[in-house]
Design a binder for this molecule. Structure first.
Ligand code: DAH
Length: 352
């Protein structure tokens, strides 16, 4: 019987080792120390033993019982600790973790720059005038002094929407914001045809050119056109205004340079550069070692254009310019590829 007891103890302790949870532990308790377990059966048989055997077996059985009970208590503690640790880990609520951030939408970088330009111009007294993106050849070219087949059209390859029947006046996507000059002048002149009011406008918007897309040219881009018409407007007004704009846009120390140029709708025509803000004028890769960055085309409004707008060129004069907000951003942030603007890559857009 002593052998039997030690066998009972040994197999019970062995079985306990593989117990992992409360349910298995309860099953173990019933099987090994429960009322009908082999150990309890031995207690039940004690009465049938001899006087000499009874205390010996009784004591041994009690020792086994205590050993199993303490092993049970120990295991029960271990299971409870483990399950507490597990639930702490799984259901943890860490109040120090940052919350989920709300993703705010934002304006496209081109729109941001367009608004920056317009807000500077608004401070300088310019009123915003928007006009259509789909134009006739007459508006986009002819009234701006580009007759049909004029070689200057070569710079502005076009998307034609409707041609054929329309002969020399096909419909196209505007290649620049300059046709807005004609719309604006005609609208203002119509207010008082004998005495048209003076004009100080900014004309922003999308332009389209049928070009091969490369790192430097896109088929779609923004421009901001400026138009000032009045009596006694001179090239000095043009220079002063654009130099002031450059200082407001690029910093008070920004220097500007005017170079002679050609546009059919201005005479004389110029291009304005700002001193390279990357190298400070010393010469670097961004300014191609010239120290200057070209930012706009400008000039005195051509008499033919003034007349086409309803303004008498013997009485009125004016100046105009056209510049590209995307180009300004590219220079400012050294963006090497214009295709990023319309590429819809969040990694680019999110930087603005
Ligand atoms: N329309 C010209 C272009 O897209 C830019 C331009 C140059 C506009 C001179 C003007 C100007 O108003 O005076 O290339």
């Amino acid at each position: 019987m002593l052998d039997q007891l030690s066998e009972i103890e040994k197999s019970a302790l062995e079985a306990l080792q593989s117990v992992q949870d409360e349910a298995a532990l309860e099953a173990w308790r019933v099987a090994h120390v429960g009322r009908s377990s082999p150990l309890m059966t031995i207690f039940g048989e004690l009465g049938q033993l001899s006087k000499e055997e009874r205390p010996v077996i009784g004591q041994a059985a009690n020792r086994v019982k205590l050993a199993l009970e303490s092993a049970f208590a120990e295991k029960s503690d271990a299971i409870r600790t483990a399950s507490l640790a597990k639930s702490l880990e799984e259901d943890a609520l860490d109040v120090t973790l940052p919350g989920r951030t709300i993703h705010h939408g934002r304006l496209h970088p081109s729109t941001q720059q367009l608004r920056r330009v317009l807000s500077i111009l608004a401070d300088m007294g310019f009123q915003v005038y928007t006009s259509r993106e789909v134009e006739t050849d007459e508006m986009n070219f002819q009234l701006l002094n580009f007759p049909p087949h004029h070689p200057a059209r070569e710079m502005q390859d076009s998307f034609y929407v409707e041609a054929g029947e329309r002969g020399e006046n096909p419909i196209l996507l505007r290649t620049h914001t300059s046709p807005g000059q004609i719309h604006a002048m005609r609208e203002f002149a119509a207010m008082n045809p004998e005495n048209p009011p003076s004009i100080r406008l900014a004309l922003p918007g999308m332009c389209f050119r049928y070009e091969q897309i490369t790192a430097r040219s896109e088929i779609q881009f923004n421009q901001v056109e400026g138009l000032v018409v009045g009596e006694n407007i001179t090239f000095a007004d043009l220079k002063g205004t654009l130099a002031d704009f450059a200082r407001r846009m690029f910093g008070q120390s920004a220097r500007t340079l005017f170079r002679a140029s050609y546009f059919p709708f201005t005479e004389p025509s110029a291009e304005m550069d700002v001193e390279c803000f990357v190298c400070g004028g010393k010469g670097c890769a961004v300014c191609k070692n010239s120290g200057w960055l070209e930012i706009l085309g400008c000039g005195m409004v051509h008499p033919v254009v003034l007349r086409n707008g309803g303004y008498d060129p013997t009485r009125y004069s004016g100046y105009a310019w056209g510049m590209g907000p995307e180009r300004q951003l590219m220079l400012r942030y050294r963006i090497e590829d214009i295709r990023y603007f319309l590429g819809n890559d969040m990694r680019f857009l999110e930087q603005f």
